[in-house]
Design a protein around this ligand. Structure first.
Ligand SMILES: O=C[C@H](O)[C@@H](O)[C@H](O)CC(=O)O
Length: 272
């Protein structure tokens, strides 16, 4: 199995909380991005103290209350299933702060991390704050919810976005990359994909490849899997009959999303 593909670990804690995924600098090739998926049964609490990292807490499904020990945001979350395709609520918590996530119902939460030195205010990112985009044409149409885009100055290095791709369509397509710290041409952002499928027995194909093919992995990605993108192009193809969801976390030396399309496939954009 590709080293870029992570199956759910489902590590249960004594409190009954399940750490579904945990991607760190220690267990991955990533230096800037960290990622967790946590399942919280109703009534349980997950707490964490951040050091020099910032975190965007995304209420993937269910209802949660989030506190940073100074403010409490109650009744967050808008959906029981991501495929309701409603934007959801998130909370940005900066470095050197602690937070608590309390499950008001059974909940699945994504914790999106990146390096941060300059502490910023905690911020509720309401579902209605998400920038909505219908991106692409023909068979590369997708729905994008910009949760924490580079146009939002709330964070130091973190970018968070979720994408829905319908049956028979491609996304992150034409293939693009952002693995060079070479602005204004391109920015360097590592990336993680957290995937869900509807129906959940489905799969997508995701390829991660570099120009020199030093990385060239084509993966069959299933419901609940994570794909790690340290570098390279990273297109996703969705088989007929299924809908794909993924949550992206990106971070790098500069908080700008400036990607470079694979020249071999950029002609795709010229069709009407
Ligand atoms: O670089 C960003 C990620 O690849 C996705 O968020 C991608 O941009 C989604 C898309 O445009 O299909």
């Amino acid at each position: 199995m590709s080293k870029l593909l992570r199956k759910p670990n489902n590590n249960e804690t004594p409190k009954g909380i399940t750490i579904v995924h945990e991607v760190t600098a220690e267990n991955s090739p990533l230096e800037y991005v960290g990622f967790k998926v946590v399942d919280l049964p109703a009534g349980t609490k997950y707490t964490e103290s951040l050091r020099k990292t910032e975190c965007c807490i995304v209420a993937l499904t269910g209802k949660i209350n989030v506190s940073d020990q100074e403010e409490t945001f109650k009744n967050l979350g808008t959906r029981e299933n991501v495929f309701e395709k409603k934007p959801t609520d998130s909370v940005y918590v900066s470095n050197d702060r602690s937070f608590e996530v309390e499950a008001a119902s059974d909940a699945r939460v994504a914790l999106c991390y990146s390096a941060s030195e300059q502490q910023r205010p905690t911020k509720l990112i309401k579902a209605s704050d998400n920038g909505i985009e219908n991106r692409g044409i023909l068979n590369n149409k997708r729905l994008v919810h910009n949760i924490l885009p580079d146009s939002d100055p709330s964070a130091n290095s973190l970018l968070v976005v979720e994408v829905f791709t319908e049956s028979g369509n491609w996304s992150s397509y034409p293939p693009h990359k952002h693995d060079q710290d070479n602005l204004p041409e391109e920015s360097f952002l590592e990336e993680t994909y957290y995937h869900e499928m509807n129906p959940n027995q489905g799969f997508v194909f995701q390829r991660v490849y570099t120009d020199d093919r030093s990385i060239d992995e084509t993966m069959c990605v299933e419901h609940g899997d994570v794909v790690i993108v340290p570098a390279g192009y990273h297109p996703v193809g969705v088989p007929d009959g299924y809908t794909s969801y993924y949550l992206n976390v990106m971070a790098g030396p500069k908080r700008i999303w400036k990607f470079h399309n694979d020249p071999a496939h950029e002609w795709i954009l010229k069709r009407s």
